[in-house]
Design a binder for this molecule. Sequence first.
Ligand SMILES: [Zn+2]
Length: 456
Amino acid sequence: MKNLWRAVFALVSVTIVGSLWSVGVILPPDPESIAGVAPEAVGAALRSDGAVPLAAGETDVLFIIACTLRRDRLEPYGHDRPTSPFLDRLSASGVRFDNHYAQAPWTRPSVGSIITGRWPRTLQLDNPGRKGALSLVLGDEHATLAEVFAAQGYRTFSATGNPNIKEVFGFQQGVEQFVEPAGEWRADGIESDDEELVDATLDFARTLRPDERLFARVVLTGVHLPRQITWRDRGLFTGSQKKLVDPYDTALRRLDAQIARLVTGLSERNLLVVVVADHGEGLKLPTHHGAGHGNYLYASAIHIPFLLHHPSLPAGHVVSGLSMNIDVHPTLLSLLQIRSEQPTDGADLSVAVRGAVETGHPRVFSETFFMKSKKSAVLDEAHLLIRDNREETDTLYARSDAGAHTPLPSAEVRSQLGAVLTAWETERAASVTRAAQEIELSDETRQQLEAMGYME
Ligand SMILES: [Zn+2]
């Protein structure tokens, strides 16, 4: 009898250990490999070939906006943890912008500025007049990239994991199939999963005829709170700040794998890949940057990644001039030789992308009215000036002081940059010509925004 029990016990143990093993609970993933994607598939997706045409009607566009993607946690930007092996490969075989800035540190105004090439204030997606801005809508008069590509005959698709840019907020403009997994969002947490958004994108691409071109905009939220971490990945990164930094890096590793799956899943196509962020994350790294995003204009929030890959673009090229998210729209259209009659506030940096001449802005700008904030910032090659319009202070930092630890004493530079910032703020205020468009938030939308930490 005793032997029988021993045998049963052994059998049960083997079954439990085996199933834990099979779902990956026991063995952590190999930090050097790209999860779920074969090395040959990565090589094929990120190939170089000068003969592949980069032109409207011939090239498909995969436009990835990674929400809350902090630049200095990424391998291509020098981070020493293996958080992003695929993006590292993509950067090494593509084009990397090194000094690229978001025009707002939170999703709705920032994504609006990326897809239209207009300042957030012109779009009226953030609100200097009142506390909140969560009911504001992207107006029909603004042309999104999806609208421009649809007019070129492209089949257009968009998926978003962030309720801030749902259809009701005007972000479906020009999009033939718009995926927002609304049923997945709950007040007590987000069930939205990047994996589903990637699947939906690949499914849409499969419905296209060979002669049809694809424009897909995918907004991934794996590193936004609540961060998407699997059991298998737990324990991958330990030893930094346990509450904020380790989970962030772990979620980033998973996001990287989803981007790998998306890009390699489309590698049969003549594909231009764009990877950009709407803003970063404070991670209390350092402490005065806060834990999240929206309220601050330090580098952790607005100095963001911007990567491009197409077989014909110069592999490993780095653009080091100052650039902005509002440049992405005009640069993309120029690379694909699309003429647009629509006004844009950004610059065409396609010459810099192709590696011929270094171009950039002498100064770049960002601002936020998130919650109770009222801040603006200007950067030049050497400095960052942050203005707090509530406290009426201008604080100057060296741009090389990424943590903004030590304010610079130079009164002359501070007042020079301060005057530039005042002129820019005046111009932005003057660009607003009509009342903002708003909607009444439904209970469901309110709950979804709450779940991602947006409501007060
Ligand atoms: Zn975001």
